[in-house]
Design a protein around this ligand. Structure first.
Ligand code: ZN
Length: 135
């Protein structure tokens, strides 16, 4: 199991971590298998979405704010219930196939770390599981 840290700079933010994952994959020399990306936090998440237009992550964060308002008479005393709810909606893990030593992602897809209660220093766990072939 490998891991790296992400330093976030805002309360809500989506940070492209595809390069960091690719670097771990290269280092491992794994040619074929499955890459699991896991975020061990209750107020952050991981998702795969468009990397070309920065307005896409901005729109995702904007709409999540509408679905889950920052203040809504939540009972959780820590004051970050919205972040907990967004974390569950987006999810703590992603699975990406690895073929020919590369992550199998669409042209416009990137893996994004989603911060919902920043700024903080966060952890991302990556598990690379070799398989004979995923074809
Ligand atoms: Zn909390």
């Amino acid at each position: 199991m490998k891991q790296f840290t992400v330093r976030t700079g805002a309360r809500s933010e989506m940070i492209d971590i595809t390069g960091r994952i690719r670097a771990l994959l290269k280092e491992s020399k794994m040619r074929s298998g499955i890459c699991h990306v896991f975020v061990p936090h209750t107020t952050a998440a991981v998702t795969i979405n468009e990397n070309a237009d920065p307005d896409v992550p901005r729109d995702i964060l904007m709409e999540l704010d509408k679905i889950v308002p920052l203040n809504d008479h939540y009972r959780h005393g820590e004051g970050n219930s919205a972040a907990h709810i967004k974390s569950s909606l987006v999810g703590a893990s992603e699975m990406i196939f690895v073929d020919d030593g590369e992550l199998v992602l669409g042209t416009w897809q990137s893996v994004f770390f989603c911060e919902f209660d920043g700024p903080r220093t966060r952890k991302v766990i990556v598990k690379l599981t070799p398989l004979e072939s995923v074809k």
